[in-house]
Ligand binder design. Structure first.
Ligand code: HEM
Length: 496
């Protein structure tokens, strides 16, 4: 090829790419939306992971456009997204018009990446059927049955902390992650994992592998999501072979062992095994891969969210000693009322405990927001704006939780925001740490229960203080998919 031909070809190619990108980035303008000016190739997310956490980018967009329109456009790489700013519209999308917004539009690949085809990601009828099947796992009755198992695990955690030689500077995030790993291991897999005591716990290592993502993994996830059908065609996998093989082996061994020894434990695995071997009223059974994916989801959804919540509760209590003392007093006096026993009923009677957890979820809730995808074109009520079919929708939970219109002095930790009266006077959508509508968090009860049990045990035995390594103010770890402290959570622990 001559140089002139080569140059002509290159110029033509660059011009074509330029026009294609320009067309992509004109989507919101063409649809009449206010939008955040994108820059190639990250769209609105320039500097994500390398410089900042996506939640700060979302907050910049929210603060700039809130009050100017019910919704604003932005771009994830080249894909258009719409952030919903108005609370009434959020309610309409999540609840009233749920039929048009029932999917999240997240990449999954049943064939090449079976772990990814779980309840959080799957769509349409497959999601509906699975949600109906899994809902009975999380009733109050089921929680009550698992209560003692969780309490036993939390007692192990207390013993482990007591045996530490130096309590002046302890990294509590890792201890709490081991606690919730053991809780999920025992309640979902029926295994006595002992990650708390075992520094080489395989389960904990797998958990770290899934959540301690690096730039490559996050970029891969963004690219697969931006080009879903191509990624599917080429067998794109989010989870690496080691994680897939580990969970496949554990689930298979657990099922085989229980079936062979006729073991029934009334836990999550039991329910899955029943759905695996017994057809439902339509004659459908779950496949092994379906069982595998849901069990894996319960593991990843269950341990990191709750351990992160617990980590931040301890952080907030260390920085607010008066609130810590008040909460400990409530725990002690409530237990006295219940024959000096920590019971399911006593736990549910601790109203201040609930308020402290909710205020933590407001300030540092692990999940940044809710996502949905528009099934069909959708005209935003009382406007001419139309959200086009296939557009990604973002509900900016973190930004709403930080909005001074709903929470005056938003950076202040104040559990009273969640007393009955304040809750009643606030818009229902101003607090959505567990999402809302038919696709909300299915594990909410379990998340609260393990967080509460962990806190009751810890506060009865220890007092928590900040150290010089405790970060104030908190700047979230830019590499973490959920909100997490950047270098662990270092606190001083005083034995009581
Ligand atoms: C403090 C703890 C937790 C928090 C803050 C939390 C938060 C959330 C949020 C915000 C969503 C998205 C809801 C939406 O899009 O409307 C979600 C979904 C989900 N969560 Fe949780 N979660 C927690 C604990 C758990 C636990 C313990 C489990 C299971 C053992 C769990 C399982 C799930 C599942 C399966 C979904 C997807 C539901 C669906 O698509 O139908 N979560 N969670």
């Amino acid at each position: 090829m001559s140089l002139a031909l080569f140059l002509t070809f290159s110029v033509a190619l660059v011009s074509l790419i330029y026009l294609w990108v320009k067309k992509k980035y004109s989507f919101h303008a063409e649809n009449g939306f206010l939008y955040d000016e994108p820059s190639f190739p990250f769209g609105s997310f320039k500097g994500v992971v390398t410089k900042t956490h996506p939640v700060y980018i979302m907050k910049r967009i929210y603060d700039k456009f809130k009050g100017k329109a019910p919704a604003v456009g932005f771009y994830r790489l080249l894909s258009p997204s719409v952030m919903i700013l108005d609370l009434d519209l959020i309610k309409t999308i999540l609840i009233r018009d749920f039929d048009n917004f029932h999917n999240r539009g997240i990449y999954y690949n049943e064939v090449h990446d079976p772990l990814s085809a779980h309840l959080f990601n799957i769509e349409d009828q497959a999601w509906r059927k699975m949600r109906v099947k899994l809902t009975p796992t999380f009733t109050s009755n089921k929680m009550k049955m698992m209560f003692t198992t969780v309490l036993n695990v939390s007692n192990h955690m207390v013993e482990m902390i007591k045996s530490e030689e130096n309590l002046d500077m302890i990294e509590v995030k890792e201890i709490l992650a081991k606690f919730t790993t053991d809780v999920i291991g025992s309640s979902a897999f029926g295994l006595n994992l002992n990650a708390i005591k075992d520094p080489n716990s395989e389960f904990r290592r797998m958990g770290r592998k899934v959540f301690n993502t690096n730039t490559n993994v996050i970029l891969k996830f963004m690219i697969f999501n931006a080009f879903k059908s191509t990624a599917r065609k080429f067998g794109g996998r989010i989870f690496d072979a080691e994680v897939t093989d580990f969970f496949t082996r554990i689930v298979k061994e657990t099922i085989d062992y229980r079936l062979k020894n006729k073991i029934e434990r009334n836990d999550f695995m039991d329910l899955m095994i029943k759905m695996y071997i017994e057809p439902d009223e339509n004659g459908d059974k779950l496949t092994f891969n379906q069982v595998l994916a849901q069990t894996f989801l319960f593991f990843i959804a269950g341990f990191e969210t709750s351990s992160s919540t617990l980590t931040f509760v301890l952080y907030n209590l260390a920085l607010n000693q008066d609130i810590q003392d008040k909460l400990r007093d409530e725990i002690k006096s409530t237990i006295l009322k219940y024959d000096n026993k920590i019971t399911y009923e006593a736990m549910n009677d601790m109203k201040y405990l609930q308020m402290v957890i909710d205020e933590t979820l407001r300030l540092q809730g692990p999940v940044l927001g809710q996502i949905r995808i528009a099934d069909n074109d959708y005209q935003i009520p009382n406007t001419k704006l139309v959200i086009r079919k296939g557009t990604h929708i973002s509900i900016p939970t973190y930004c709403i939780h930080q909005d001074p219109e709903y929470y005056p002095e938003p950076e202040k930790f104040d559990p009273e925001r969640f007393n009955e009266e304040n809750k009643k006077n606030r818009h229902q959508m101003a607090f959505t740490a567990f999402g809302s509508g038919p696709r909300n968090c299915i594990g909410e009860r379990f998340g609260y229960m393990q967080s509460k049990i962990g806190l009751i045990s810890l506060l009865l035995n220890f007092k928590f203080h900040p150290t010089e390594k405790t970060q104030v103010p908190m700047i979230f770890d830019k590499r973490s998919p959920i909100l997490a402290p950047p270098d662990g959570m270092w606190l001083k622990v005083e034995k009581l």
